[in-house]
Write a protein that binds this ligand. Structure first.
Ligand code: CA
Length: 220
């Protein structure tokens, strides 16, 4: 028994993957292809993808936003969880990484559910607002450059509806947030956002220690 979150050693983590993961083969293949890349650590954990898909189902999401798509694993998890008329608006700047994503989205039959915007995310988010998108999204996943996290979060609060959910990745930053020796800009940005969200009365929140830490903020 434990009155605090349990530590996952390798054997316990393996147990979760073996007994509690329902990863479709196409997601497993995308994860394997991405794991062979130099930037493999930018991919979310499979249990986190499954958790986000559950969140999307729980809130009945239809319109979702993603900032930072990489090779498309998270967008594919979300797209597969959405109803047939659901949409993912995905923002990324890498043609190379998202080419992998597009290949798997097409194979999974969800390519028409995902609108990929290859541009700085702030430009895309501004355009969504200009086109009347405020309050029209149900779910947003933020997983891009950490120094812009605060900006993405603020856009999210304008673009999602009351009751909608913002999920922010890497908020434990591989433990760096709690390491006084780490004083780089990315770590500082994540610490600042974590503290801000805790005090932010516009949202209900919980920091979920899954993957590298997932901050959940539900717009009130
Ligand atoms: Ca991430």
């Amino acid at each position: 028994m434990s009155a605090r979150t349990i530590t996952l050693d390798d054997s316990l983590y393996a147990y979760i993957l073996e007994h509690a993961l329902r990863e479709p083969p196409i997601l497993a293949r995308l994860r394997a292809e991405t794991a062979a890349m130099r930037e493999a650590n930018m991919q979310i954990a499979p249990e986190q993808g499954q958790f986000m898909a559950l969140l999307v189902e729980l809130i009945g999401a239809r319109r979702t936003l993603e900032v930072g798509t990489f090779t498309g694993y998270s967008a594919l998890c979300v797209a597969l969880a959405l109803p047939a008329d659901g949409r993912v608006v995905a923002c990324d700047i890498s043609e190379t990484f998202t080419a992998v994503a597009r290949r798997y989205w097409a194979e999974a039959g969800v390519a028409d559910k995902i609108d990929l915007h290859l541009a700085p995310a702030v430009e895309t988010l501004e355009r969504l607002l200009a086109e009347g998108g405020a309050g029209t999204f149900d779910f947003m996943f933020i997983d891009a450059d950490k120094e812009s996290y605060d900006a993405y979060y603020e856009y999210g609060l304008r673009l999602i509806r009351p009751g909608g959910l913002i999920a922010i990745d890497n908020v434990l930053w591989n433990g760096a947030v709690a390491d006084p020796a780490r004083d780089d800009k990315e770590t500082a940005a994540i610490r600042a956002l974590n503290d801000k969200v805790r005090e932010d009365r516009r949202v209900s929140m919980s920091l979920v220690p899954i993957g590298d830490g997932l901050m959940l903020a539900r717009r009130r």
